[in-house]
Each structure stands twice: as C-alpha cells, then as structure tokens.
Write a protein that binds this ligand. Structure first.
Ligand code: AGP
Length: 607
C-alpha cells in the first residue's frame, strides 16, 4: 500500500515528482524514493522514514532528468529500510509498485535458480527481474511487461522505467488503482487524481487488468487481453492546493476543530430546512422497499456503521447486518438479491472495503456508499453515493470524516424511518430543527478543549485504558479506544458497559483509567451501575455525561467532562468530540507523531 507517481516530461521532473509524493504520503511513509533517467542511465535517491529524509538526500545530491518515477512506501514485504525502498533497479529496468505479488516466492526461487541475485527482501524486486530477463532476451519493453503481467498473482499498481528507452514509462494495474494524466508535451501516471492534481486535471482511470504505455506525446492503454482500448478522459476536479495547518499544531487538531463547519456543510445536502424534511441527494432509491441493510466498512468508518445499526433498527425498524470488510468478503455472507449494501469509507480506496463492495455487487446488491473523496474508486463504482463533505482529511486518525459520516447516517436513518412510516411529519420537522443546531452543539463540546487537555496527564502514564458505553455509545467507546491506540500507542479497549463484568473487570486497578460515556437517558442507570462496579474495585473513572448525568453520578470520579444534551440521532456526533480531544491531548503529552503515527497509513490499499 504505497503511492506511485511518474512523469514523462520535457523539463526537469524531480521537484514535481517530490510534490506528487507529498500528496501521496497518506498511502504510506515508511520510506520513499525517486529514480530519473539522466544521460542514458538511471539515477536514484532513496531514504528511510518520512519524506523530509528524502528531501535532505535530494538537497545534498539533486536529481536531473526529464523522465522519472517516484514512490512512497508502506512496508508489506521487507523492513522499512533503504534497501527495500522503491524504486528497485535490475539491469535495464526500474520499478515502483503498490500492492502485493502473492506468488513472489516461487517466482523468486525460479529466478535464483538461474543465478539471479536479489538486493532487497521485497516482492517487487521479483517483477523487476522478470521484466529485465525478458528485455535482456531481446524483448521490447511493452512485450516484456505484457509477458510478465500474465505471471503475477495478487493486487498491484506499478510503473516501469527503461534505461535504454528514454521518454517511456509503462504502468499496469490489477486491483490497486492507477490513473493517467494528459499534459501538453508531457504525460503522467499516479495512484490517484490527487497526486496528479497540480500536473493535470485531464485524467483517465485505468480499469482492472489495464496496462498503459506513456510517452511525451501519447498514452496508449491496453486491456487484460492486450487489446488497445480507450478509457474516458474526465476532468478530475481534485484540488491542486495543498492543505495547510494554519495556526494549529497538528492537522488532527485542525480537523477536530473544523467539525462544526464540515458537518454543517454535509448536512446541507441532506436537510431541507424550509420544508422540515430530510432527503438523500440525487437518489432514486425507493427506501420503502428496503427489507434489510448490510453495512460494511473498516476502522473508524466501521464504528460509524455500528452507530447507524442502532439508529436504523431503533428508528426505522429495518434489520441491519454489519461486518468489518476483511471478514465480510471471505465469510460467504448470505445476501438476498436486491438488498441494500451500504459501504462507508473516508478515502473510498480501502482495499478490504472495495473488495467487499465488489463482492456485494456480484451478489446482486444495490450498492450505496458514504464516501468523502468524490474521485475515489468506491465513489465511481457505487450505484448511489452519499457524500460527506469533510474536505481533505490529512491526519491519519480520522476525526471530521467520522462525524460527517454520522451526520449522513443520521439523515439516512431518518429517511428510512419516514419511508417506513416510523417517523411522523412532526417528528421529522423536529429532527430537522435539531440537525440545524448540530454545529452549535459541537462548538459547545469543543469549548471543553482546555479542560480535556488538563486531564491528559491522568491518562498519558497508563499502559491500558478501558472505554465503556451502552447503545450507540458502545461503538463510540471502541472509536475512543482506537483513537487512543493509534496516536498515543497506549493499549485501549472499548467495551459494551454491560459486558465488562464478563472478563475485562479483571483488569481494573488504580492504574487503568476507565472512560465512561453515559448521556442521561434510558440506559443511564445501567451504565452507572457498571461504573460503580469499576469504582468498587479501585478503578479511576473519567466520566463523560451531560449536566443531569454528572449531577446524578459525577461525584467521586477522577475527572468529569460535561457534554450538552442532544437528540439520540445527534448525541454520538457530539460525544465523538471529547474522545477525539482526549486521545489528541494524551498523544501530545506523550510526544508521539500525532498526524503520522508509526506503522500506519491514511489509506489502507492492501488486503
Ligand atoms: C481511523 O482513525 C483510522 N486511521 C482507520 O481505522 C480508518 O478509519 C480505516 O482505515 C478506514 O479507512 P476509510 O474510511 O478510508 O475506508
């Protein structure tokens, strides 16, 4: 899961390739590299770690040349060290690769048996050897690549540069996305439209199995049967402007504080305030015919889906199945033809979710997708897109995308409830009124930033943290734990409050902070009982509730956070804020890399 960019140009490419890598860093930041063709030979720079390491190497030894390829890596095969960084060079071929070559072991054995030696531990180098072998045997680059592609299993997007063919790049995709950009006297290749945005807005998305030959003047696309094909050229609309942090210390912090605005922006597409109605944008979907909803997603998007399961079942009385995408795809789920499958993804590129979407499509489901990146593969492949308008989310920890997903899912649940006669016109108008006030309530929640920052020292020294909640606060508890884990590296678990006594209670002592999410309401007393069970065992509680809840049960807690009271379809959007802020401030207190935590990538494009 890596980022790819290539330029066949008529002027120096190194700086522009580096800019493309900055835009692709969300796909991985373990190491990076660039290779250009200069005076008839390859010239390459690589560096371990973040892109600023590569920048330092380039500053020391600049790269020249008008054709080149560049790569930012998220390690799958081989540690994130320079020898495994791409591009890999074997004789007359240089390669960059995103994805996994699943049959690389037998291929490597075959090549080693011929006396070929390997410099890296990657699966990628095998492909470089195979293509080099063809070329050394007299094949032209395009024939060499076509011959090798037929031998590869797995998912990949790749690009090749050829030492003896200046002004030529060949790209190929199978599973992983690849996009070509059309220029004037130059052409481009990239993992996505965002990487190419400053270079070209005229782009074509390659289909699965396509490979492409780029020269300065022409782009020739071939399908999996090696037949020349045309792919539609579209205007990408991806923004060329880079996103700045402004006065914030981290992107994550900025994105947390943007939430009232982007949630309002998102809701504008789903609410008709003057009519007192919620509505889905541009959709012919007959909601009253939906008998079951299947929700599939990963990570934070999955937790948004879990909240939606509570909402859809409670308000619309439609049964919901929910799966993490990596399980759904391979467990042979039983899906009735014509059912609605709902996929949730910020990036629209997550490999597991995409594979699950395609599987559901093959099974005759209507595919709806809640997506933040409108140019993404999922947005292009879904039947119905329910967009979130969160804008680019740069921090690896998802924050504003999550609350925008919740806003869309709340509107979706209300639509379904109305279509099923489970929500009266008055209730709908009341909900619309309340949805209009969500940004205001979110601002109230954000006002607690300083109090929460002051609590960070209570959590930062912990080795383990538990989050507890009931109903929609249970997925929020899991989301809180995920946020804390990924950016502060503290082990955390989110539990259904009632489940704690079935095992996790054994963990409780005064070194394990327990964060309890419990708005006043029907489940409040039950959660408070579970909280008492923690307290009785010396557990230290951080209690998040509204004024009424704090009044009833706030005494004796290590700390309390007061949230405004809200409608059940709004409350999880509000409670997301304290869990995000707490994770953020704990990570800052621990001095971790908040925006690019270790081992992670923003978009996970391998299965
Ligand atoms: C959350 O903070 C994550 N970094 C991660 O769990 C993410 O939500 C997951 O990878 C799904 O991504 P998507 O929404 O782009 O599909």
């Amino acid at each position: 899961m890596c980022g790819i960019v290539g330029i066949v140009g008529d002027r120096p490419v190194a700086d522009r390739l580096f800019d493309g890598l900055k835009r692709l860093e969300y796909r991985g930041y373990d190491s990076a590299g660039i290779c250009t063709l200069d005076e008839g030979d390859f010239d390459r720079r690589r560096a371990e770690g973040k892109l600023n390491n590569l920048a330092a190497v380039l500053a020391d030894k600049p790269l020249h040349g008008t054709t080149g390829i560049a790569h930012t890596r998220w390690a799958t095969h081989g540690a994130p060290v320079v020898k495994n960084a791409h591009p890999h060079i074997v004789g007359p071929v240089a390669i960059i690769h995103n994805g996994i070559i699943e049959n690389f072991k037998p291929l490597r054995a075959e090549l080693e048996a011929e006396g070929r030696t390997f410099e890296s531990d990657t699966d990628t180098e095998v492909v470089a050897h195979l293509v080099a072998r063809e070329i050394e045997g007299g094949a032209e680059p395009r024939d060499a690549v076509a011959a090798v592609l037929s031998r590869l299993h797995g998912a990949f997007g790749m690009a090749f540069l050829f030492r003896d063919h200046p002004g030529l790049i060949i790209g190929a995709r199978h599973g992983s996305p690849l996009t070509v950009g059309y220029g004037e006297g130059e052409n481009y290749l990239g993992s996505d439209a965002i990487a190419l945005a400053p270079l070209s807005q005229r782009i074509a998305y390659l289909d699965d199995g396509d490979w492409v030959v780029l020269t300065r003047d022409e782009i020739e696309i071939y399908d999996k049967d090696n037949q020349r094909v045309e792919r539609e050229i579209v205007l990408s609309g991806a923004s060329a402007a880079s996103v700045e942090k402004g006065n914030y210390r981290h992107y994550m912090q900025k994105e947390i504080f943007e939430q009232p605005i982007v949630v309002a922006q998102t809701l504008q597409s789903y609410v008709r305030p003057y009519e007192g109605k919620v509505a889905l944008p541009d959709s012919d979907l007959d909601l009253s015919s939906i008998r079951r909803v299947t929700i599939v997603a990963c990570g934070t998007s999955f937790y948004a889906g879990m909240v939606a399961k509570y909402w859809i079942e409670q308000f619309a009385r439609v049964p919901v199945d929910i799966d993490v995408a990596s399980e759904f795809r391979y467990r042979e789920p039983v899906l009735e033809k014509g059912g609605l499958a709902l996929f949730i993804s910020q990036s629209g590129e997550t490999a597991d979710t995409l594979a699950a979407l395609r599987h559901a499509q093959e099974e005759g489901q209507i595919i709806a997708a809640v997506i933040n990146v409108p140019t993404s593969t999922m947005a292009r492949e879904a039947d119905i897109v329910l967009p979130t308008h969160a804008g680019p989310e740069i921090g690896v920890a998802s924050t504003k995308a999550f609350t925008c997903q919740l806003a869309v899912l709340a509107a979706f649940s209300a639509n379904l409830a109305r279509a099923n006669g489970r929500m009266s016109e008055e209730e709908e108008a009341d909900l619309v009124d309340r949805l209009q006030k969500v940004p205001e309530i979110m601002n109230e929640a954000l006002d607690h930033d300083e109090d929460i920052a002051a609590m960070a020292h209570l959590v930062a020294p912990a080795r383990d943290v538990l989050y507890l909640g009931r109903g929609p606060d249970y997925p929020l508890a899991m989301e809180g734990a995920l946020k804390l884990k990924e950016i502060s590296y503290i082990h955390a678990e989110g539990y259904a409050a009632g489940e704690m006594k079935h095992g996790p209670i054994a963990l409780i002592d005064d070194a394990v902070p327990v964060i309890v999410l419990a708005p006043s309401g029907p489940l409040f007393e039950k959660t408070v009982s579970n909280m008492e069970e923690v307290r009785a065992r010396g557990g230290k509680i951080i209690f998040v509730s509204d004024a009424e809840g704090l009044e009833k049960a706030g005494e004796g807690c290590l700390a309390t956070i007061e949230m405004p009271k809200a409608h059940p379809l709004i409350q999880p959007i509000v409670y997301a804020i304290p869990v995000q802020l707490l994770a953020y401030h704990v990570a800052v207190a621990k001095g971790t890399d908040v925006d690019q935590p270790r081992n992670l990538a923003k978009s996970v494009t391998v299965e």
